[in-house]
Design a protein around this ligand. Structure first.
Ligand SMILES: Nc1ncnc2c1ncn2[C@@H]1O[C@H](COP(=O)(O)OP(=O)(O)OP(=O)(O)O)[C@@H](O)[C@H]1O
Ligand SMILES: [Mg+2]
Length: 463
């Protein structure tokens, strides 16, 4: 019997009749993935495309190129989910017929946000469908009851068989469909367990075909692996139009949603949500929350970050404590570990702040993650303030700062300084410490910040 599936290396493309732990082609471990073989079409070979019209290759009619200006493109009307922060991250709503992947750790709120969005779309008169492979219809109903009456409007099928799901999509042709989750659907042609790389790829590929042919926008919910990558292959990210990542810690209430890839919008946008009884609530004035919660204790600095096109103020906290360990701890929450290591090295080399025998903890309050290099200066100031035990700031207000730190101890400019300063000004946080003509090095920044902090604490002690 002819083979219908093959094991293909996802790294080098070698195909093999049976599974190997190690690819016989490139020697990589664990890269062989079961794939369906497309039936070979009879007829002349269409191989060697490209390199000249070699004799024997198939003849095809020449195509007539069209100037881009003359291409007909109807204006797409986006489907607005009614969840402002989600729409913003998507670039203004869901594009009809697009495939969106929403990834996030277990329990972060993927089903909650997609359920809420579907409910809003249904209330706005759109045809929607919720495909649940993970929970029974009754379980989904329980969540929808919490979210409110609109969420109960969305029709649901609880199914894991891909063929049944596709048949339903063909019959119902909804405007928007949520598939929760892509890892639970099962394509019967492949033997791999659902959630395996081959299965996920097949499921996503076939759903994409339906999305494009029938103009059904599909939101795929995906799990992330332990190391934070979207589970399943990276090919899934290539396949879909938009990849959204839900981040945050389950124990904390704040969650952020960011676009890692977006064919129809910027990937700079970030939405901030709060998990409440009635579901995920958008936090439109996130800066105010974080500034109000900021302490003026030693080790606290407000970072003027840019989350996409939007300035966001977050509190960076540091704790420096004597360590009993041979290798002192370096713990980073919400900032990159390597970035913290770099900042500590620059502090020790260029600002004479020796932390070799101290544990250093740095955390962004509220469970927010900041990825931009503009966070360096705030991290450095928070660590220095914690290490010296001197609070930084002006009067009742904490110090606000932003700027990148270079390896030679210099401060580097970052994008949108005026918008960051303006956002800080809104909350009375001025002046802002940032790279400027008078503050060009980390040493100068520290001297200025610590001198300001110390003179104030001395004045307070004298009073
Ligand atoms: N009554 C409630 N009040 C407040 N928050 C709740 C309540 N019930 C559930 N939650 C929150 O909702 C979260 C679960 O949300 P949801 O089911 O949308 O997550 P998920 O990302 O779909 O998870 P999974 O990966 O398991 O499918 C819980 O972790 C909890 O924080
Ligand atoms: Mg879920």
């Amino acid at each position: 019997m002819a083979r219908t599936t093959a094991y293909v290396c996802s790294s080098c493309g070698t195909d093999s009749a049976k599974w190997h732990g190690r690819c016989p082609g490139c020697g990589e471990w664990n890269t062989l993935v079961e794939e369906r073989i497309a039936p070979v079409q009879a007829g002349p070979r269409g191989g060697g495309a490209g390199a000249g019209a070699a004799g024997g290759s198939r003849r095809a009619a020449a195509l007539k190129p069209v100037r881009l200006a003359d291409v007909e493109a109807p204006a797409v009307k986006r489907l607005v989910t009614g969840i402002g922060e989600l729409d913003r991250v998507l670039g203004g709503g869901i594009v009809p017929g697009s495939l969106v992947l929403i990834g996030g750790a277990p329990g972060i709120g993927k089903s909650t946000i997609t359920g809420g969005a579907l409910g809003n779309l249904a209330a706005a008169g759109r045809d929607v469908l919720y495909v649940s492979g993970e929970e029974s219809a009754a379980q989904v109903k329980l969540r929808a009851q919490r979210l409110g009456p609109d969420a109960l409007r969305a029709p649901i099928v609880a199914e894991t068989d891909l063929d049944a799901v596709i048949a339903t999509l063909e019959a119902e042709r909804p405007d928007v469909c949520v598939v929760d989750s892509v890892q639970t659907l099962y394509a019967s042609g492949l033997t791999g367990a659902s959630g395996s790389v081959g299965q996920v790829r097949e499921v996503a590929g076939r759903l994409m075909r339906v999305a494009k042919e029938r103009d059904v926008a599909i939101l795929l919910v995906g799990h992330v692996t332990k190391d934070g990558a979207l589970a399943g292959p990276r090919v899934l990210e290539h396949l879909v139009d938009c990849v959204l990542q839900f981040e945050g810690e389950r124990e904390r209430t704040y969650r952020t949603l960011r676009a890692l890839k977006n064919r129809f919008g910027s990937t700079n946008e970030v939405g901030v949500f709060e998990m409440r009884e009635e579901g995920l609530v958008e936090v439109a004035d996130a800066s105010r929350r974080f500034v109000d919660e900021a302490t003026r204790a030693p080790g606290s600095v407000v970072l003027c970050a840019m989350e996409g096109s939007r300035p966001l103020l977050v509190e960076v906290q540091a704790l420096v404590a004597p360590s009993g360990l041979e290798q002192p701890r370096r713990v980073a929450n919400g900032v990159d570990r390597n970035r913290l290591a770099l900042v500590l090295a620059v502090l020790s080399r260029h600002a004479r702040l020796q932390l070799g025998s101290a544990d250093v903890f740095v955390s962004v309050a509220g469970g927010v993650r900041v990825e931009e290099p503009g966070a360096d200066l705030a991290i450095a100031l928070a660590v220095a303030s914690a290490s010296r035990g001197v609070p930084l700031g002006h009067g009742e207000r904490p110090l606000a700062a932003f700027g990148e730190i270079g390896l030679t101890g210099e401060l580097r400019y970052v994008a949108h300084p005026e918008r960051r300063v303006a956002e800080a000004g809104k909350f009375g946080l001025s002046p802002v410490m940032s790279p400027s003509d008078s503050v060009r090095t980390i040493k100068a920044a520290l001297q200025r910040a610590l001198a300001g902090g110390r003179s104030e604490s001395a004045a307070a002690a004298a009073a």
